[in-house]
Design a protein around this ligand. Structure first.
Ligand code: CAO
Length: 428
């Protein structure tokens, strides 16, 4: 037959007359060992008192506001058949002998204001008034309790308050920012009345900007980016490019450094297959692609578009140059279709025609790397005991650090720089 046992206030570090600030169970409720029965608060600390075994609460002998000391009766609990005592509690003894349950924080209760081992975005210290179990719950969800409004007595935060805060955040309320959606634990987006400081004009974002912005935001937040910088000596490549440009001008083909970049990247991807890959949806496998399709970021008046050039490894420089001209013209004329932008394995973002020395491009998920190309310039390079003027091209490779190690990132850019320095390697 099931026994009814007295559950008593355990050793609470010698404190007397400690206030009950929360009763976590009701009469008739099934409880499991370690589940919080009540929460006590001294002026220095709060502590949860867990159930010592599985069972059903028959009668509660305590209510919020009561002052208790070690040995006071909390509840009568009918132990479930074969119920094992909680790991942290002494074994339950038969009724009517008292059964003591050890507090989770015993023997040294943690002070409420002590910094909690919180995730990076959460800070559950400060003045928030909440029990340890609620603090733990908030920490698990990454919620900053100082931003949660407590609905219980004296502004104490309950589990429902934390749940409501999370629901509100996910719905875009409360902690929302201008980008729509929000991350729990971040400060709200600043709302500034700009007109107070001078004349303003409001201009809606284009459809492309809104779509690419949402993608960039997700990729920036979800992918651990590292950017590796390198410089390639393209002096010889440039001479060859100018020669080719002269030859192809009559056919209306303009060969920019980007056509060479496409070819050099394709050769490098063949050498480093992990860069020509994507993580699968559950993040457990790397999907290696046997084709080499490369996206090219094109700046259009309405925003950024990334059409994909297919089978780059199988095409020559002149053909790549022609395709580049064709897709960038179509992108600027708004004639690019969704299909034109699908299937890319890697992206090149070239700002070389504009300027700059380096930048940190954002990876185009689910790809694992992107190459930023900046403007080449003549630089003195130390060679055979003297400085010689060489045309140097700055490269910035951002990669997904979940997939690519730093050493592999540096090997990739070094290899790419070698290929660009000696274009004969493109044929190898
Ligand atoms: N260094 C020096 N000069 C360069 C260069 C480089 N790395 N890259 C291009 N140039 C030169 C070209 O040779 C060309 O010179 P001329 O006019 O004297 O012949 C000039 O700059 C303009 O080139 P371009 O921009 O028209 O052509 P491209 O093939 O280099 O680039 C395209 C095509 C579509 C990629 C480009 O026009 C573009 O839109 N770039 C912006 C991409 C972008 O916005 N990226 C940021 C995305 S956010 O991550």
């Amino acid at each position: 037959m099931a026994e009814i046992k007295n559950v008593l206030v355990p050793d609470i570090g010698g404190f007397k007359g400690v206030e009950v600030i929360e009763v976590g169970v009701k009469a008739g409720e099934q409880v499991s060992a370690e589940q919080t029965l009540i929460t006590l608060e001294t002026d220095k600390a709060t502590m949860d008192v867990p159930a010592p075994f599985d069972g059903v609460v028959k009668e509660l002998k305590i209510k919020v506001g009561d002052k208790v000391s070690e040995g006071d009766l909390i509840a009568l609990v009918e132990a479930s058949a074969g119920a094992a005592p909680a790991a942290s509690a002494p074994a339950a003894s038969a009724a009517p002998a008292p059964v003591a349950a050890a507090p989770v924080a015993a023997p040294a209760p943690a002070p409420v204001a002590a910094p909690a081992p919180a995730p990076a975005v959460a800070s559950t210290g400060g003045k928030a008034h909440a029990s340890p179990s609620i603090r733990r719950f908030a920490r698990e969800l990454g919620v900053d309790l100082t931003r949660v409004q407590g609905s219980a007595e004296k502004g104490r935060i309950t589990k429902e308050d934390v749940q409501n805060f999370v629901k509100q955040s996910l719905a875009g309320g409360g902690a929302s920012n201008n980008g729509g959606g929000s991350l729990p634990g971040l400060l709200p987006w600043p709302e500034v009345d700009f007109a107070k400081f001078g004349e303003i004009e409001s201009k809606p974002l284009s459809r492309i900007k809104k779509i690419s912005g949402a993608n960039l935001h997700r990729n920036w937040v979800m992918i651990p980016h590292v950017t590796q910088f390198e410089e390639a000596d393209i002096s010889e490549m440039e001479a060859f490019r100018k020669q080719l440009n002269g030859e192809y001008a009559k056919q209306g083909i303009k060969i920019t450094p980007l056509a060479f970049m496409l070819k050099a990247v394709a050769v490098t991807l063949k050498h480093f297959p992990d860069f020509n890959a994507s993580l699968d949806a559950n993040g457990e496998n790397l999907v290696l692609k046997k084709y080499i399709h490369i996206g090219v970021a094109v700046d259009t008046p309405d925003g950024l578009m990334v059409p994909v050039i297919r089978d780059v490894d199988q095409k020559g420089i002149a053909q790549l140059a022609q395709e580049l001209m064709e897709v960038s013209a179509r992108a600027r004329d708004k004639k690019i279709t969704a299909a034109d932008m699908q299937g890319g394995c890697f992206t090149i973002s070239s700002l070389g025609g504009i300027g700059g020395t380096s930048f940190t491009p954002i990876i185009n998920a689910p790809e694992v790397a992107i190459l930023g190309v900046s403007r080449s310039s003549m630089k003195p390079v130390w060679k055979d005991g003297e400085f010689v003027p060489r045309l140097m091209l700055p490269l910035s490779l951002s990669y997904d650090h979940r997939v690519i190690d730093g050493a592999a990132g540096a090997r990739f850019t070094t290899y790419l720089a070698h290929v660009l320095a000696d274009v004969r390697r493109m044929a190898v």
